[in-house]
Every structure is written in structure tokens, then in C-alpha cells.
Design a protein around this ligand. Sequence first.
Ligand SMILES: Nc1ncnc2c1ncn2[C@@H]1O[C@H](COP(=O)(O)OP(=O)(O)O)[C@@H](O)[C@H]1O
Ligand SMILES: Nc1ccn([C@@H]2O[C@H](COP(=O)(O)O)[C@@H](O)[C@H]2O)c(=O)n1
Ligand SMILES: [Mg+2]
Length: 449
Amino acid sequence: MEPAALRSGFNDHISVDSNGGFDCPKNKQPFIIGVAGGTASGKTTVCNQIISQLHDQRVVLVNQDSFYRSLNDDQLVNVHEYNFDHPAAFNTELLLSCMEKLRRGHPVNIPSYDFKSHKSIEPSRLVNPADVIILEGILVLHDFHVRNLMNMKIFVDIDSDVRLARRIQRDTVERGRNIQNVLDQYSRFVKPSFEEFILPSKKFADIIIPRGGDNDVAIDLIVQHILTKLGQHDLCKIYPNINVIFSTFQIRGMHTLVRDVKTTKHDFVFYSDRLIRLVVEHGLGHLPFTEKQIITPTGSVYSGVVFCKRLCGVSVIRSGESMENALRACCKGIKIGKILIHGDGKNGRQLIYEKLPADISSRHVLLLDPVLASGNSAIKAISLLLSKGVPETSIIFLNLISAPEGIHAVCRKFPKLKIVTSEIDSSLDKNYGVIPGMGEFGDRYFGTD
Ligand SMILES: Nc1ncnc2c1ncn2[C@@H]1O[C@H](COP(=O)(O)OP(=O)(O)O)[C@@H](O)[C@H]1O
Ligand SMILES: Nc1ccn([C@@H]2O[C@H](COP(=O)(O)O)[C@@H](O)[C@H]2O)c(=O)n1
Ligand SMILES: [Mg+2]
């Protein structure tokens, strides 16, 4: 098996501004999963099943229960009056600061909570940073700030009678309660708070698991999704609209050649063309299709699909023109428009020239530019397409390399378009050139350097 960095084709030393949230460039962003659901729905059970299937990954489980506020003496005397199912019962500030530290790659002490004494107890638990952090608890999808930390939100959904039966069983055996206590607490606090706070948070879930820990298929799908995300670049975890083509040694070899300053113009063009062709083919895979059955020469039925016909290319002059041949080779007779944007440095991009198909608003658009650097040119080009009536969802931006800065800029502004790239680089230099990059693509491709 290839190392993760090789599989995803990225360079590890990401450094992103404070908005991006990385303050520890060598640490990869963990994949954070929130698991909510009513009491005794099977949250802890589901999390343990996910963790056991992720065997050789670094995973930590954080329980919201650990952040219950300790009761004081007055509260302990009247413990039956206390609502443990209200958001105020938790120290959410402390939970947030612990999660934030873990997210930034720092170890953290998580309090230990005792359900019998209703207090935090010593020792606390030292939790080390991990690739996957699972936060589970009744209200983890209730608070906006907690929810915002998550890359994947799960709600465990189980019939309330089953939950009550399991809660009676668990609380009498494990939490030192008697049946009457459990039933009183349930009708007085647990059920009303479930209806007021927990159930409404279900709408924020990406995945709802019926039957909890009995749902092997759901757990298997979740594990597969996590494994896919772990093999991806951090930015793909943040922005689901980025697609980095699956890296192979062939692709790494081609990148090695086109990035090498010593590579001749002839080889640069040859290997760039090969990479461009792969990106174009991958991009075409994101277009819609319709199903079609045909008869083969053996008289058999083949259930296939028909390509999307309403599409066009738009190249950003001049480097984008290097991608036109590959697009023409894949899509016979495709219309290709052109945009010329001028501008130096970080700000100020000016549209100098445009020639676009008159009916572009009804077409899917493959926007061609081999390098996404600061994102300013891309934003100008995409804004022009939108002003022509092209829906954001109909734009696929194809490039060979992308800088994190450009990805942040484009994906934040246009969260519905797709970017298809072959590698994500480390950063931009002070002149807004991509690092490690491949130099001035247009000059190297057209031989004007
Ligand atoms: N699928 C299941 N079948 C039977 N018992 C279960 C199942 N899932 C959980 N339980 C039991 O129900 C109780 C509550 O489950 P738990 O995972 O602790 O729920 P939660 O964390 O949501 O409160 C526990 O005693 C657990 O062993
Ligand atoms: N001292 C406490 C603290 C919490 N509870 C109950 O625990 C439930 C949350 O834990 P789950 O594992 O069931 O999610 C919650 O419903 C509280 O009522 C308690 O009884 N005593
Ligand atoms: Mg639990």
C-alpha cells in the first residue's frame, strides 16, 4: 500500500491563514465526526463499532458526558430537580476549547465524569491528537459552534420505547439508579428535552442511522467514507467540491518531469499533455448523463449511458489554451470560448477580452486553466460565466495544480462549482507563484521562456 501522501498526491506542509484554521503546518487536519441522538439510542455503541473497524487508524473518542458540570452541594441535595438533558448542564466552552486544541494537533486533558456522584473526578484523561476525532453525546449537534467543528454529522435514530427500556437497564446496572428514579427523570426531563433540543438537531445530520448499532450496513458505509477522506488532501475534507485525481506512480512521474526545471520544452509539452488529458477525462466524469440501452453485434442488450451534449470549454488565455486540444480530442466538435484576464500580484484582475458561445447559459462549462494560484483570475473568470447566466453548478474548473490559497478563495466564494485538479501544492510565494509549482506554465508550454 502506498503512503497516504503519495496516494493523495499532496505535499504535506500546509500553511493556511487563520481563517483556514491551521496553526501547525506539519499536522494534518483531523477528520471530525459528531454522533448525536437521544439517550440510550446506541451512540457510544455505534462509535465503538466505527473505531473497531478503523483498526489501524489513529482515532480518539470524546464523550460530551465528560463535560457535564459538577453539581454543588445544594444541587446534590435536590438532584431529582436537576435537568441533565438541558444544554446548560454541559460546560460547552470547555468542550469547544478541548476540541479546538485537538483539531490543531495538541494533546489535551479531558475531564472524567462520574454518573453516580454527578461530579468530575480525577484523574482526567490525556487525549493525544489523532487522524479521526469522534465526538458523541446527546447534544453535540445542538450547539452551532460545536457543530461547526465537524466534517461529518451523524444522528442515531431509534424508537423511544427501545431507548427507555435500554436506559432503565443501563442506569440501574451501571449508573446506580433505581427504576423509579429513571422513570421519573425520564418523564420530567429526558423526554421533554429530547423533544425540545435533541430531536430538532437531527436536521443538521448528514447521516441518520436507524437501528443504531444493529445497522451494520450504515456503519460499514461510514467507515468506508472515513477511510476515503483519510486518504485525501485536507482541503478535500473541508471542501467537498474539490476532486483530486487518484494519484499513481505514473502521475507522480509526470509531475516530477513537468515540475523539473531541467525538463526540455518538448518533454514539458508531452507530459503536460498527458496530465491534461487525464484531468479532462476526469472532469468529463462529473457531467450528468442519461441511461441508454443498446444492442451489441452479438444481439445482447447493453445498459449504458449517453454523454451530456450541452457542454462547452472556456480557456483562460494563454495557459488555458494548452488544454484545448485534450478537450477537443475527448469531445468531438466541442465549442470552446476564450477569456483574457490581465493583472499582476494579489489584487486587481481586469477582463480584457471574452468570446463565449452565445448560448453558454444552457451549457455545462469546462473552465480551463492549468494553474490555480491566488484564485483571483479564476474568480474573475467564474464571475463572468455567472454574469452570462451559467449556473454555478454547471461549471467544472479543470487545472493541473492548485495552491491552497486559490482553493480557499474559489471554494468559499463558489461552493457549488467543482474543481478537478491533479495535485494540490503547498503554498504561494510572495509573488503569488505556486510552491513547489512548475514555473510559468504558459512560457514553458509555448516556449517563450
Ligand atoms: N443494538 C443494540 N442491541 C442491544 N442493546 C444495545 C444496542 N445498542 C446499545 N445497546 C445497549 O443499550 C444501552 C445504551 O447504549 P449506548 O450505546 O450506551 O447508548 P448512548 O450512548 O446513546 O446512550 C447500553 O447498555 C448498550 O449496551
Ligand atoms: N449525572 C448525570 C448526568 C447525565 N445523566 C443522563 O445521561 C444522559 C446522557 O448520556 P447518554 O449516554 O444516555 O447519552 C442524559 O439523558 C442524562 O439524563 C444522568 O442521568 N445523570
Ligand atoms: Mg453514551
